[in-house]
Design a binder for this molecule. Sequence first.
Ligand SMILES: C[S@@+](CC[C@H](N)C(=O)[O-])C[C@H]1O[C@@H](n2cnc3c(N)ncnc32)[C@H](O)[C@@H]1O
Length: 294
Amino acid sequence: MNENLNVEQNNTSIKKAVKKVNIEQESSNLLTNNVIIEGFEPYFIDTNFSLYLGDCLSLLKRIPDNSINVIFADPPYFLSGGGITCSSGKMVSVNKASWDTQMHIQEIHSFNKDWLSECQRILKKDGTIWISGTFHNIYSVGLGLQELGYKILNNITWYKSNPPPNLSCRYFTHSTETILWASKNKKSKHYFNYAFMKELNNGKQMRDVWEFPVINKKEKIHGKHPTQKPKKLLERIILASSEEGDVILDPFNGSGTTGIAANELKRKYIGIDITEEYLDITIKRFNNIQHSFL
Ligand SMILES: C[S@@+](CC[C@H](N)C(=O)[O-])C[C@H]1O[C@@H](n2cnc3c(N)ncnc32)[C@H](O)[C@@H]1O
């Protein structure tokens, strides 16, 4: 791959040196090797790493068919309904942000079907998608996957070893999230790094219950995102389902956990988010990693 770096001034509000990379475009493929979405100015771009500000549905529509190896999506759970929860030992509102406000289940399902459908179109024929959620949204996501003809491969349970207590004492302590893994369709021959997963699990087949603590504060030093995922979770997902050089996309980038893990593991990355401040956190995180993939 020939790459000529031309550093030029970025005219967005963020003062960034943008490295524009001229590389051969894949034939009949608008998405270049350097993860550019044709027709949209990236919010931030570096070699094999790009961020787009906007509604993912509009942006996904501009990505060519069959061009992405792996998608990780952590969509709104729609759980912000005015309740309370416990954070760092304090009682706080459960409300995360306006994008997470509770909606009628039909509206949630229609939203999920729309972006899942675009994701299916852009996945390569053997590509896979991972979606995280809780009971607030995951049944809609699962139904959407089935209605669209994806093949569900696994139902991963992320077991949180140190969940916050349930302050109301009217429910069991919430200590899990679900991550669904699915391939584009029933014919897909998906990639699974079985041997490495087994090695990670001390030589035993890895199961679908993964134990990780909730996010450590140290991972939030570049800014706070209300639903940031632990990087270790994304590392496992990326290592299990992709190879070096593959293109990973996250339509709900947030603070960029997927992108940071992807870059460190030598994968290409496209992140999309509707909230500018979260992309700014991502850029700070990106600028503080050791770029082994430049
Ligand atoms: C659950 S968070 C993702 C957190 C991320 N996994 C992380 O580790 O930081 C969901 C994100 O989706 C974004 N979002 C909500 N609706 C969106 C839309 N229609 N298009 C793009 N992004 C959207 C929000 O701004 C939020 O950052």
